[in-house]
Ligand binder design. Structure first.
Ligand code: COA
Length: 186
């Protein structure tokens, strides 16, 4: 565990009625639920419980709770060879959508990543529902050519896009580094 990770992991902060947390390996009990969310959602890459545990171990995820109930998750899911970080595995429990939990999750993770990796570009490949959240937060749409070829490789084996059709589902790039600082961090 590096010094930066120690600063954040396991810490949490209240946001109105929500509580945002940067989980560690100790919070692995939540990983299976997050994995099942990603596997069940229509337009997002499925992640295994081990994948999610890896994000927790790196201090690269945010969980949002309403009381004791886990309602939302987002993570830094890839770091590419050009240094760009992809934010993904973004999900809010259906019963709690439209309450701002996804916005708190994204804003909090961006705050953490900006502190840990200040000069790094953070982006997301959005589907229509996440695109609205990113756009409302102030993110700019990117040209796909602004991203390395590597970014599109997971799409080729995505079971939710069996024809490997590019620009078909969760594939509209947003530059999240262009979002003004939200003040959300941990
Ligand atoms: C995308 C997703 C994570 C958004 O989560 P969410 O918790 O509903 O997001 P928010 O509540 O922050 O924002 C959703 C809407 O609620 C509104 N909202 C309501 N109350 C709000 C509040 N107090 N604060 C902020 N926004 C609020 C927002 O304006 C937003 O409207 P918009 O979509 O027109 O911009 C969720 O729809 C989801 O899990 N979808 C399925 C998985 C998926 O497709 N993930 C993306 C993969 S690319």
């Amino acid at each position: 565990m590096n010094q930066e990770t120690k600063v954040h992991v396991g810490r949490e902060r209240p946001y109105g009625q929500f509580r945002a947390m940067v989980p560690s390996e100790e919070h692995g009990a939540y990983a299976a639920m997050v994995s099942s969310w990603t596997r069940g959602a229509e337009h997002m890459l499925p992640k295994t419980t081990e994948d999610i545990m890896g994000f927790f171990a790196e201090g690269h995820a945010v969980l949002v709770f309403d009381g004791e109930e886990l309602i939302s998750h987002v993570a830094a899911t890839y770091t590419y060879s050009d240094g760009a970080i992809e934010l993904g595995a973004m999900y809010t429990n259906e019963a709690h959508r439209g309450r701002g939990a996804g916005t708190v999750a994204v804003g909090t993770l961006l705050g953490v990543l900006r502190e840990k990796y200040p000069d790094t570009m953070v982006f997301a490949l959005a589907n229509p529902s996440s695109a609205k959240v990113f756009a409302r937060m102030g993110a700019a749409v990117m040209s796909p050519e602004d991203l390395s070829e590597e970014v599109w490789q997971p799409c080729e084996s995505c079971p939710k896009n069996p024809g490997s059709i590019p620009f078909h589902c969760c594939d509209t790039p947003y530059n999240l580094s262009s979002i003004p600082k939200t003040g959300l961090s941990i």
